[in-house]
Design a binder for this molecule. Structure first.
Ligand SMILES: [Zn+2]
Length: 154
C-alpha cells in the first residue's frame, strides 16, 4: 500500500509535543490519531501548522465510526497521488508537492511504482469489464490509464 511508504516530516516535533515517541509513518495509526485529535497547533511554526491543516482537510475529513482508523486516510492518499498524476505532475513533482503541502515525505521511485501498479490494476479491470460487456467501465478505465500514462495531456 502506497500510504505505508509515506513518512511525516514533522514527526520529531510531534513526538516532542505529545511527550512520547510516535512512528514516522505518515499514515501510522498513532500519527493519524495525533493529527486527528491531540494536536496543539500553537506549538508548531506557521508553515507546519498549514501542513497539518491541509493534511486534516485532505485525508482526515471523513465521519466514519472508526475514524481515523477506517482506512479512508490511506485511500484518500492513494487517490490524491493518482489525481496529481492525472493533472499532469510527474513522480518527482508529486513527491515535492506532497512534501510542500502536507509535510509528507515519499520517494519519487515509490510514487512511480505505485502509478505503474495502478495502471496494471486498471488494465486488469478493463479486461474483465470488456469480457462482461461493461462498456462504460471499459471507457472509464481506458480514460484513467491514458491520463496516468500521460498520453492525453492537453
Ligand atoms: Zn473514514
Amino acid at each position: 500500500m502506497i500510504a505505508s511508504k509515506a513518512r511525516i516530516k514533522f514527526n520529531r516535533r510531534l513526538s516532542k509535543q505529545l511527550g512520547y515517541r510516535i512512528p514516522d509513518g505518515a499514515f501510522h495509526g498513532a500519527v493519524l490519531d495525533a493529527l486527528a485529535t491531540r494536536i496543539v497547533f500553537d506549538l508548531f511554526d506557521h508553515s507546519t501548522r498549514e501542513q497539518i491543516v491541509s493534511f486534516h482537510k485532505t485525508f482526515l475529513d471523513c465521519s466514519c465510526r472508526e475514524h481515523p482508523f477506517c482506512g479512508c486516510p490511506e485511500q484518500k492518499f492513494a487517490k490524491e497521488i493518482i489525481e496529481l498524476r492525472e493533472s499532469g505532475l510527474n513522480h518527482h513533482e508529486i513527491s515535492a508537492y506532497l512534501l510542500d503541502l502536507f509535510g509528507i515525505e515519499i520517494f519519487p521511485a515509490d510514487v512511480l511504482s505505485f502509478l505503474e501498479d495502478t495502471v496494471h490494476l486498471l488494465e486488469a479491470i478493463e479486461e474483465i469489464a470488456g469480457l462482461e460487456g461493461e462498456t462504460v467501465l471499459v471507457d472509464k478505465t481506458q480514460e484513467h490509464i491514458a491520463a496516468i500514462e500521460g498520453k492525453k495531456r492537453t
